[in-house]
Design a protein around this ligand. Structure first.
Ligand SMILES: O=C(O)CCC(=O)C(=O)O
Ligand SMILES: [Fe+2]
Length: 271
């Protein structure tokens, strides 16, 4: 790894943590040159790719800035999400999620299950986006209350981008020492985390990280997640150049994304 070769490992971890986890990777060179046929020769861009690669290898969780989406627009999306969840229950039910509409629409509090426990969240699912609301726990009837807004999980797909409320710490990530640490909000950034399919594709070079949401704050929290996923019927297997870099043997079997998704969702109903 290029950066670690320049630094003693302890110092490198500190540098990496500060630049990637605390402040975020500035991906603007990548965004600016994405259509440039000469992008592979650009030094700034190469440095961004290295930082992203390091973040995916070391943590599987990182912040990005310089992505080109204006901060006021990110806030507006969250504001609209807050407004929707403040509507009376009957209003929200008008776009209720059903098998007939392909499980798109409004999912009421407690309907989403992770590890056998209802999540203390309500949400709207639309294509690859999920708008999520986490009520204040004291506002939830005691008999319906559980201890997590979203139970510990890894994401199913390739990459997730989260636009989270600026002022509430609730998203927690399990670090390599097994401690839960906050992915505290950094205004204007997206929290990114890699999913199960990237693990398979990269033959384990990138590992998805366990995370969960616990809203212990006195305020209603929203987040808007975009799940970049493989096609439902896509067969995913370790790509050759990743296999070559990891001893030449595929560590994961070929998996059809849709089958993986259904299996994980069904497993969530079991404690
Ligand atoms: O609300 C968040 O910050 C993250 C939600 C999440 O992890 C998920 O929906 O997969
Ligand atoms: Fe997640």
């Amino acid at each position: 790894m290029q950066v670690s070769a320049c630094f003693p490992s302890e110092r490198w971890v500190v540098v990496w943590f500060v630049t990637v986890f605390d402040v975020g990777v500035d991906i603007s060179p990548l965004v600016e040159k994405i259509d440039d046929p000469n992008m592979a020769n650009d030094k700034d861009l190469l440095q961004v790719v290295r930082l992203l690669d390091d973040a995916c290898r070391e943590a599987g969780f990182f912040y990005v800035k310089g992505h080109g989406i204006a901060e006021p627009l990110m806030k507006e999306v969250r504001d609209v999400t807050h407004k929707f969840f403040q509507l009376p229950y009957e209003e929200k039910l008008k776009i209720k999620m059903t098998p007939q509409n392909g499980y798109r629409g409004y999912q009421r509090l407690g309907e989403n299950i992770t590890n056998g426990k209802p999540d203390m969240q309500e949400a709207i699912d639309k294509d690859h986006a999920r708008l999520i609301g986490y009520p204040v726990s004291t506002d939830i009837l005691e008999e319906h209350r559980t201890d997590t807004g979203c139970g510990a999980h890894t994401d199913y797909g390739l990459l997730t981008l989260v636009n989270q409320d600026d002022d509430i710490c609730a998203l927690e990530v399990k670090n390599q020492s097994g401690e839960w640490i906050y992915a505290k909000p950094i205004p204007g950034t997206f929290v990114c985390n890699i999913g199960d399919m990237l693990k398979v594709w990269s033959n384990g070079i990138y590992q998805p990280t366990l995370h969960r949401v616990v809203n212990n704050s006195p305020r209603y929290r929203v987040s808007v997640a975009f799940f970049y996923e493989s096609n439902f019927d896509a067969a995913i297997e370790p790509v050759e150049f990743c296999r070559e870099r990891t001893g030449g043997v595929a560590k994961y079997e070929k998996v059809v994304y849709g089958e993986h998704l259904i299996k994980k969702v069904l497993n969530n109903f079991i404690k």
